[in-house]
Design a protein around this ligand. Structure first.
Ligand SMILES: Cc1cc2nc3c(=O)[nH]c(=O)nc-3n(C[C@H](O)[C@H](O)[C@H](O)COP(=O)(O)O)c2cc1C
Length: 144
């Protein structure tokens, strides 16, 4: 029987190596193709800037589009005084036993842009301050 030469073994080894590399490269492509980039929206309401700061940090790490829920009638410092029973937030609070049961739905100025971002998003981060132990009424405008 004819003996297999050293050169033949080297050629077989080289062919095997090339095949293994081709498989691993195509395998890498498949892994990348299986992980499409997610569309991330960071949507928040912030009356005094704290939630905005948190949203900016999330944007830095999650790399999404950041969008503020803007009240059509922005909340002033007086509006936010929950110690005054006649303030805007107190009237919202006292309009029902919970914001979900209330008819108070402050209008959102940039609703069109927010709807567009929500439609496109695969993942939504939603940020808001706690008002009287609940989400502010404007968050209910957004969700509804
Ligand atoms: C009307 C109103 C009600 C609030 N109620 C609460 C509350 O129930 N519990 C709480 O921990 N903080 C409460 N806070 C404090 C806010 O949640 C806190 O200051 C928050 O960081 C404000 O976020 P922003 O700067 O993004 O608006 C209240 C603030 C306001 C203006």
């Amino acid at each position: 029987m004819k003996k297999t030469g050293k050169g033949t073994i080297q050629r077989i080894a080289a062919a095997f190596l090339a095949f293994a590399m081709a498989v691993s490269v195509s395998g890498m492509g498949e892994v990348e193709a299986a992980k499409p980039k997610k569309n991330i929206a960071i949507i928040y309401f912030s009356a005094t800037g704290t939630t905005k700061g948190a949203a900016m940090k999330i944007q830095k790490s999650a790399k999404g589009k950041r969008l503020e829920i803007k009240a059509a009638d922005p909340y002033t410092e007086e509006d936010l005084d929950y110690t005054d029973d006649d303030s805007r937030v107190s009237k919202e609070r006292d309009s029902a036993s919970s914001p979900a049961k209330s008819k108070e739905r402050p209008e959102i100025a940039n609703l069109k842009a927010i709807k567009k971002a929500v439609k496109k998003a695969d993942v939504i981060y939603l940020g808001y301050p706690i008002w009287n132990g609940e989400a502010p009424h404007i968050l209910y405008t957004f969700v509804e």
